[in-house]
Write a protein that binds this ligand. Sequence first.
Ligand code: GLN
Length: 190
Amino acid sequence: MRIGVLALQGDSREHLLLLKQLGVEGLAVKTEGDLAAVDALIIPGGESTTISKLLVNFDLMPQVRTFAKSKPVLGTCAGLILISDEVIGALPDQELITGLPVKTERNAYGGQLNSFEGSVVFADGTSENVAFIRAPKILEAGNCEVLATHNQEPVAVKFRNLMGASFHPELTGATHLHKLFISLVEEHQS
Ligand code: GLN
């Protein structure tokens, strides 16, 4: 199994380190060729407007959209925004990958000064400390399975081959979300 991490902007390095720690081969994805060489893709946190522009400028948007139609994709923070079907606060010309049937609001927890570390609780009772950085909120989780909550609100969801989370698990040593994603990739391979 090889999991790609989109490496146009954002904290791809931390995701690659976490994959390594979990014994999974990772690849920084910057080109169409890189994307063709991975079984699944993580879209990291960063700035969704910038990642969106770079996907368009590097002509990768159509390829990533096609990839997300059938292969496992995990979007965290800016990555969640990019795979959401509906985004409140997106720039008028901001192109999205879409596919995850949620309504997400950009910067809904506030700006940089309101960024915080907090505890999220997964469906199996596992609780982990994670970082919310200019984080988006999942306002409506639609038909998604809720994977984790924070203050009773959904912060990580799954729909078919797609997973999205409002937070950064990779900055605080949290591993649960990545383990769930690795299981999803295994299911897709079998
Ligand atoms: N607020 C950022 C955006 O709109 C996301 C922040 C993050 O990924 N930590 O893209």
